[in-house]
Design a protein around this ligand. Structure first.
Ligand SMILES: [Zn+2]
Length: 247
């Protein structure tokens, strides 16, 4: 069964100070038999995000079919610069999604600052990953319901699906907005099981968020009572469909 990790990072986080290198990421993927990963910068400033995007692109060229990029530019960046870099990620680097890091960049999905991300996602038909959980109130899962309703053509992925504390709220958001997908990294095993049961195995995807968390997130779906077909949907079928991956 193929496995896609939909939430990986390289670079150094200005919030946590954690650094992840290309070699560390590839090493952990090999060790855990992960076939592909969607990789994004940590929450950083504009200049650094541009550098990390380029590193992700170079890594994807070296490892075709294994590494796919997600752009993450600070929404507080000047609109021209934001659009330039995000468009470059999509057109030149072939990135597969945009990320809004509500916590890391201190921005609410309701903010006018996020409109430029929604417009670009709409234009290119790409999904948007939105951080949820830690860092409330801007990271409350329910806030994503407004853009998900305003832009029904865009798929919104709730990264961390409420981060354990707000899992129920993430499930409410997903139950009311069919274009919301749940990625329950850091959530309890029984909550991940409830998401699959209540929202559907076609709308849950696996993400690790951190290298040492990857084996735990894979194991999570082996500890809960789901079928092999549901497991394969979470690990492979859904990410391939949602991010338009060619693997
Ligand atoms: Zn993350």
């Amino acid at each position: 069964m193929k496995i896609i990790d939909t939430h990986a990072h390289i670079g150094t986080s200005r919030n946590t100070g954690v650094t992840i290198t290309e070699d560390e990421l590839m090493g952990v993927m090999h060790k855990n038999s992960v076939d592909a990963a969607l990789v994004m910068p940590q929450p950083v400033g504009y200049e650094e995000s541009c550098l990390v995007h380029k590193r992700i692109y170079e890594l994807s060229k070296k490892n075709p079919g294994m590494i796919y990029g997600i752009s993450c530019v600070d929404p507080w960046t000047d609109e021209d610069k934001f659009i330039y870099e995000t468009t470059r990620c999509i057109e030149e680097y072939g990135f597969k999604a945009l990320k809004i890091n509500c916590h890391g960049h201190n921005v609410s999905p309701l903010s006018a600052l996020c409109e430029k991300s929604y417009k670009i996602a709409l234009r290119y038909g790409l999904p948007i990953v939105v951080h949820t959980g830690l860092g409330t109130p801007v990271s409350l899962p329910s806030l994503v319901m407004k853009p998900a309703t305003d832009y029904p053509e865009i798929i919104f992925i709730l990264a961390h699906a409420g981060f354990a504390l707000y899992c129920d709220e993430a499930m409410v958001a997903a139950s009311l907005c069919k274009n919301i997908i749940l990625e329950p990294s850091w959530c309890q095993t029984f909550m991940a099981a409830q998401m699959i049961k209540n929202i559907g195995s076609d709308r849950v995807i696996m993400g690790s968020d951190h290298l040492t968390n990857l084996p735990m997130e894979i194991l999570k779906y082996h500890c809960i009572n789901i079928t092999d077909a549901e497991r394969e949907a979470v690990f492979y079928v859904n990410p391939k469909r949602i991010f338009h991956l060619d693997i």
